[in-house]
Design a protein around this ligand. Sequence first.
Ligand code: AMP
Length: 516
Amino acid sequence: MKVPLTVSDFLRRGALVYPDRPALIDEPGTAGTLGTITYRSLERRARGVAIALDQLGVGHGERVAIVSPNAARFGILFYGISGYGRVLVPINYRLNADEVRYVVEHSGASVLLVDPESDEALHDVKARHRIVLDGVDDEQLFAEAPDDAEPAFWEPDEDATASINYTSGTTARPKGVQLTHRNCWLNAAVFGWQTTVTDRDVYLHTLPMFHCNGWGMPYAVTAMGVPQVVVRKIDGEELLRRIDEHGVTLMCGAPAVVAAILDAAGTRRAASQPIPGRDQVRIVVAGAPPPSKTIERVEAELGWEFIQIYGLTETAPLLTMNRRPAEWDDLPAAERARLQSRAGVPAVGVQIATDGSGEVLARSNHVFAGYWEQPEESAKVLVDGFFHTGDEGHIDPDEYLVISDRKKDVIISGGENVSSVEVEDCLYQHPAVAEAAVIGIPDPKWGETVKALVVVRPGHEVTEAELIEFCRSKLAHFKCPRSVEMRDSLARTATGKLQKFKLRATYWDGYDRRIN
Ligand code: AMP
C-alpha cells in the first residue's frame, strides 16, 4: 500500500488523539490574539480556512502568501493552506514593500495575508485578495468550521508543493524554494524522531515560522499533540519567563537567540533569581556554527541540552545533527563542547559528501523540488543526484561534518541570509560609488554583520553614514551594511572578478573558520 504523505497527517493525528489539549498559545496583547486554542479548535479552524478559500474562489495549487511574525494564525495556516492543496508562501516580515511585492508577484500569489503591524508599510502591495490578520478583516477566514463541513475535495499528492519559501542566495533577488509535502513530511518525521519529540514536550516558537516553515518543527510537534507557545519577538528575559510559565522543554533558534538567553540568565544570576529549564529544556541551534564556548555555557549555566543541526531552506532543512552520544558523557565539558561545535552526522536518510573543491553535497528525501519558475537556477544546484549546498567543509574521521566556509556569496546575520550581490547592486545605484564589495565580518552578537568596501568615483564625495542611509532607504534594514570602508581599489583576479576571500581575510584573522 502506498498512502500519500501530506502535512495534513500531522494535524489529523494531533486533533484525533489530543483534542482537548492546548495546541497554540497565542501571543497575549496583540491585535486579534486567539488566546489558547485546543487541538480540536486548531483542526476546525484549519478546515475553516480551506472552506473560506473555496468560497473566495482560490483553487488548489494557488499560492497564498503571508507576512507575519510568529502568531497562532500562522500555525493554523500551515494546515489550512498546504493541508488542503494550496501553496503557502511565508515571507520574511522584515522585508520592505518592494521586496515583499517582488515575492508576491514572482510567486503569483492570489491571496496576501498581512499582520496588522505591517499593514501600513505594505499598503501598496496588492494581490487578488488582501486580508489583514487583525481579528476583524480575517474573522471569516479563521472561524471554526462545523464538524460536518468539508472543503472541496483535494486528491492528496505527496509530490505537490506544500510551500514556496523565498531565500536570499547567490542572486540579487531571492529564489522560491519549492518544498513538497513529501519533503516536509520526511524532514518533520526524522527531525522529531532524532530530537525525541514526545507528547510530554512543550514547544516554544522562538524560530520564525516563515523561516523554512520553522524548520518543520511545527509539523513534528503538532503530530504529537505538543502545546506550542507563540512568541513574536526575541527578548532573552521574556523567553526565560515563558519557559518558566509554560514548562517549555523544546525550542529552536540561531546562535543569536542562544546569546540573548545567556545574557538574560547572567542578569538573573547576578540578582540571585532562578533560571528555568534545568535538565528539562533542549535547544536546537543552526544557521551558523555556534562557538564551543557558547555550547559549554548552555550546559553549565542553564543546564539545558544543546543540539546542533545543519541544513538549508532547500533541504527542508535537516541534513546533519550533532546531539551528544552516550560515549561523550564522561569527557571534560570543554572537549564535549568542542566535539559538539561541529555540524554533526547525517540524519536518517541523508547522505553527505564533499567534492574536490570542498563543497558540501547532500542527497536526501528532504531536498527540494527546485526553485519556483527558475529551472536554470535549479539545474545549477541539483547535479547528478546531489544537491550542492554552496557551503564548504570537511568530514572528520568519525564522520562528523565540519562547516568551515561558504563558497556562495551569502552573509548570515542573526540567522537570516543576506545576498552580497543584492547589497552591492544597491550600492551601485548611488552616484558616488564606482566599485563595491560586500562581505560578512565576524560579530559577537549577530555572528556576522554586513560590511561594504567601496571605491568612490573620482570627483565625488560620500560619507559612510550617507551610504548606510542610502541602503536603508532601499533594502530591509537587516541587509544593510553596518560599516563602510572607502578603498582606493579592490582586489580582483586577472579576469576582473572580485577576490572576496582576499578582501575578507584581514577581518577573519585569528578565527579557525571563515563563518561565524
Ligand atoms: P537558510 O537557507 O536561510 O536556512 O540558510 C542555510 C545556510 O545557513 C547554510 O547554507 C549554511 O551556510 C548556514 N548554516 C545552517 N546551519 C549551519 C550550521 N550548523 N553551521 C554552519 N552553517 C550553518
